[in-house]
Structures are given as structure tokens and as C-alpha cells.
Design a protein around this ligand. Structure first.
Ligand SMILES: NC(=O)c1ccc[n+]([C@@H]2O[C@H](COP(=O)([O-])OP(=O)(O)OC[C@H]3O[C@@H](n4cnc5c(N)ncnc54)[C@H](O)[C@@H]3O)[C@@H](O)[C@H]2O)c1
Length: 494
């Protein structure tokens, strides 16, 4: 209710040159009276039976490519079965916004705000379970703009889902599902494809392209020099602005290839095919691209949103266990930011698969949708990163993987947040994956000095991201230097 289904369906149907069907409206016609009066007189059970009968009929009609379904129709198993032959799009809506739109119109289930919110929460789980595509709250034309991606989904392997990502500077489809890479699926973006990958990934993953540019693996090569190699290969391959860079690899390849796309001939498009857990849950989305300088990590870069992301959890099958563990720290970070269902799943300590990756990427996308350029909210994604980055820098990027350092940084952030039981729980989760809980190879002083040099420093102070509780994470906190020292000492081996 109130998600904009009818408006969205109209815009989508217009694009397809068809008439949209609205199950509520069709039902009223068949009942010969408004839904409200039938519902109030005959009761919900009887209403749902009539709705089910009608919706199953509508879904069988060949002349109706777009059907807006009443919010309660999915409660029926017959309806859910009938939907399996179709592409189901879930239009997300904030419950308060939905209430604002749906209330005061006499709708039977939108008369009491408490009940409405409860119903919204209960139904979301059901929608999620059947949706092939999820669109975040957008404007009335979002659905229409997503049409090519929705169509592409029809040729993707079964089970692949689409999430529509939007940020101030652009929007793009994220396809998530096992077998995407092997199937050769690629959305219709046009242009020649310049696949950029690293030497390790090139051995195990095959994404077809018109040209292939292989870079050396590892953070050491995420440099201006590495970028120059890619840029020159693009130029030598005759890449044009309308072509596409396809980054196939972890965060290193993704950041560097995305950066090259951002600056090559002042900007060409890129797609991300993340093959590490770090990249699948975090770095492939949000448009931060860049390379390192000897003076600092990610010191040179650009915001450049991808044109598509193809996330295939099967790619992780070949990932070395230490890399998977490093990615796990980012999963824990993201679950702390998200709270709710994602944190509930992650705190169980089980395997990370499609549902958890989906939860993480949607959390990241939601944050970026609010604040693409790190002006405020996006800084929550740096939870654990202030101390984490400092540890990486103080150990010259040689000793710890990014995720490993972030894991230790998370523990420091939770101590600074005064959340001791949560810190203990997180330490247990990280420890169970073999992640380090303390650092060595640099002194506490070195790490504190690196914190001082943090890129996020503003007006001489370094703001910290702190955790009140899972789901309640806020940026911009000033911390007491003595507390910071104690938190770093605690994660220092010695
Ligand atoms: N842009 C962002 O928003 C963002 C966010 C988080 C991290 N990052 C960046 O990401 C980088 C870290 O990314 P990462 O952890 O993916 O590192 P990475 O790209 O170096 O990959 C780790 C290792 O795994 C190998 N590898 C990748 N996929 C493989 C696969 N499927 N099978 C076997 N081996 C595989 C790589 O060759 C590499 O040796 C850092 O540079 C960090 O700054 C960026």
C-alpha cells in the first residue's frame, strides 16, 4: 500500500504500449462496489478469496504485460505460484511514507497507524521472498527506466535477482545470483567491452569481452602506474567514450578500473563484476574509484557510478580462505550498520551466501542513495576504518589485508562506542574465521600518528563512526585522545 504501484505500472505499461491492469480496480469492477464496503461487510476472508480468483485470472492473461497487485494478494499461495511464471517487482517504500499516502482514504487496512506499520513489516518479508527485482523508493518513472534491466533479467539464469541502485549521479542495475558469470549473461549496455582483470582472477574466471587487459594482482599495484597501464591499454585498443570497461576482480581491480573509466577521455562507462567477498558486499557499489599514493591509500580518485554490477556468489568458490575471511570483516561491519534481519543472520556465525550478500549490498546502496559524496550519512560505511586504515598504513600495507585491518578497527570502534558486550560478540565472530583480533608489526604510536593523518580529517580533528546498537550507527564523533589510545593499545599485540 502506498508504494506507487499503480503509478509505476501506468508508466511501465505506457513504455510497452500496453494498458496496465490494476488488481484493486479490476476487483472493484467485478464486485460492483468499492473494496472498502465489500471488505467491511463480507470480511477479509471472503475478500481475499475473490481477490485470489481474480488475480490468478489476470496473471494468466496474455494481453496484460504489467499488473499492479493489491498489497495483500501475495498472501495467497495460489497467487504466489502463478507469479513464478512472471517477473515480480517489489517497489520499496518507507512505512511512514506509505502511511502518509495510504491513510485517510477509507482503506480497510490503512485506518490505524500501528496496525498499518505492523502489516507493512509482516508483508515485506513475503514480498522479498517472491520478488525477482527490488526497486528502492524513487520517482514515478523509476520503473520505466529500469525496464531494460528487468527485460534482461528474463535471460539470466534462474534465481538471479535484480536490485535497482540509485545515487545522485546515476542509477544502475545490480544482478545477483549464482551462475551469472558462467552463463555469459550481460545486460544490454552497448559499446565494446574492455575486460580489466588481474592475473589471479584471469586464471579462474572467464568474462567474455572484446579486449582483455590483465593487471598485476594486489594492493601494491593499485597505483597511478597501474592505472597508466590500463589507460594506455584502453587507448591502444582503440577504446571510445561509448565503450565499456568491465572490471572483473576484487576491490583492487574494481577501484582501479573504475578510476580509469572515470578519467579515460574524461569518462567512459564501466561495469563491475566483483569476485571477492569484499567486492561483492562493498567495493563494487557506490561509485568510489581510485588508486593509492605512497603517501596514502585511495588518495587519488573520482566518484563514478558503474552502469551495472554483476554479482555471482559462485565466483567466491575459488577465493583463498584468507581473502574470504577478510571479506567477512566487511560483512560484520555492514551488518552492524544495517541491524535488523541482516545482523540477526550474521550474528548466527553461519556461512555467507546469496542472502547475506544481498543484505549487505542493499545496506550499502541505501546509504549511498542518501549521501553519495560522503557529506554525512555515507561516513557510517567507514565504521572500523579509521583505526583499520591506520593499521594498514603503519604496517606499510604489507602485513594485513584491508578486511583484516578493518576487523581490528571494528573492535577499537566498539570499545570507543562503550559497547563492550557487542565488542565481545564481534570479536568472537571474527576470531571464529581466523581473523586477527590484535595487530603487530607497528607500535601504538605509529598507528595513532596514522589516525592523525586520516583522509577524513576535518579542521584538525578526525571524526569517528560509533555504534549505539546494531542498526544505530552514526558518524562524526569526536573521541577523547586517551580513550583512543586505550582502544588502540587494547588491539596491539604485546
Ligand atoms: N570503492 C570502495 O567503495 C571500496 C570499499 C572497500 C574496499 N575497497 C578497496 O578494495 C580493495 C580490497 O579489495 P579485495 O579485498 O577484493 O582485494 P583484491 O582485489 O586485492 O583481491 C584479493 C586477492 O584475491 C584474488 N582474487 C580475486 N578474486 C578471486 C577469485 N574469485 N578467486 C581467486 N582469487 C581471487 C586477487 O587476485 C587478489 O590476490 C582495497 O584496495 C580497498 O581500498 C574499495
Amino acid at each position: 500500500m502506498g508504494a506507487g504501484k499503480s503509478t509505476g505500472a501506468r508508466s511501465l505499461a505506457a513504455e510497452l504500449g500496453a494498458e496496465p491492469l490494476d488488481s484493486d480496480r479490476e476487483l472493484e469492477q467485478r464486485l460492483g462496489e468499492p473494496v472498502e464496503s465489500f471488505f467491511d461487510r463480507e470480511g477479509e476472508h471472503s475478500f481475499r478469496a475473490r481477490e485470489e480468483e481474480l488475480v490468478v485470472e489476470l496473471l494468466a492473461r496474455e494481453d496484460a504485460p504489467v499488473v499492479a497487485l493489491g498489497g495483500g494478494a501475495l498472501g495467497s499461495e495460489r497467487v504466489r505460484d502463478a507469479l513464478s511464471a512472471h517477473t515480480v517487482v517489489h517497489l520499496e517504500v518507507d512505512p511512514r511514507e506509505a502511511w502518509r499516502r495510504a491513510s485517510g482514504k477509507g482503506r480497510p487496512l490503512a485506518r490505524d497507524p500501528g496496525r498499518f506499520e505492523q502489516l507493512h513489516g509482516d508483508r515485506v518479508a513475503l514480498y522479498e521472498s517472491v520478488a525477482d527485482a527490488v526497486l528502492p523508493p524513487g520517482d514515478r518513472d523509476t520503473l520505466r527506466r529500469a525496464l531494460p534491466a528487468l527485460r534482461a533479467l528474463e535471460s539470466a539464469p534462474p534465481g538471479v535477482r535484480l536490485v535497482w541502485a540509485s545515487a545522485a549521479s546515476g542509477e544502475y542495475p545490480v544482478f545477483l545470483g549464482r551462475g551469472l558469470i558462467e552463463s555469459g549473461f550481460f545486460p544490454p549496455l552497448g559499446g565494446r567491452r574492455f575486460v580489466v582483470t588481474d592475473e589471479n582472477v584471469a586464471r579462474v574466471q572467464r568474462v567474455e569481452g572484446d579486449e582483455r587487459i590483465v593487471v598485476m594482482a594486489g594492493e601494491d599495484h593499485k597505483t597511478i602506474h597501474g592505472a597508466e597501464h590500463v589507460l594506455r591499454a584502453l587507448a591502444q585498443g582503440g577504446a571510445e567514450r561509448g565503450d565499456l570497461v568491465v572490471a572483473v576482480g576484487g576491490g583492487v581491480v574494481g577501484d582501479m578500473a573504475g578510476f580509469c573509466a572515470a578519467v579515460y577521455q574524461r569518462g567512459m562507462r564501466h561495469a563491475q563484476v566483483p569476485t571477492t567477498l569484499v567486492a561483492q558486499v562493498d567495493s563494487a557499489y557506490g561509485g568510489k574509484t581510485g588508486v593509492d599514493l605512497p603517501e596514502g591509500k585511495n588518495y587519488v580518485g573520482a566518484y563514478h557510478q558503474p552502469s551495472a554490477v554483476l554479482c555471482d556468489p559462485a565466483a567466491l568458490d575459488t577465493l583463498p580462505p584468507e581473502e574470504a575471511a577478510a571479506g567477512y570483516a566487511e560483512v560484520v561491519k555492514t551488518a552492524l550498520i544495517a541491524g535488523g534481519g541482516l545482523w540477526a543472520r550474521v550474528r548466527q556465525g553461519g556461512e555467507i551466501g546469496g542472502p547475506e550478500i544481498m543484505g549487505c549490498l542493499r545496506t550499502k546502496l541505501a546509504v549511498v542513495a542518501e549521501d553519495e559524496r560522503d557529506g554525512g550519512r555515507r561516513q557510517v560505511l567507514n565504521l572500523g576504518h579509521t583505526v583499520g586504515h591506520a593499521i594498514e598504513a603503519a604496517t606499510a600495507y604489507q602485513r594485513y589485508r584491508h578486511g583484516e585491518a578493518v576487523g581490528i578497527g571494528l573492535l577499537a570502534a566498539l570499545r570507543l562506542s562503550g559497547r563492550d558486550p557487542l565488542r565481545a560478540e564481534v570479536a568472537e565472530l571474527l576470531g571464529a574465521r581466523g581473523l586477527p583480533l590484535v595487530f603487530s608489526g607497528a607500535s601504538v604510536e605509529d598507528v595513532l600518528a596514522m589516525v592523525e593523518r586520516d583522509k577524513k580529517r576535518e579542521g584538525g580533528r578526525v571524526p569517528f563512526v560509533l555504534v549505539e546498537a546494531p542498526g544505530d550507527v552514526t558518524p562524526g564523533h569526536e573521541v577523547d585522545p586517551a580513550a583512543l589510545r586505550a582502544a588502540v593499545e587494547e588491539v596491539h599485540e604485546g
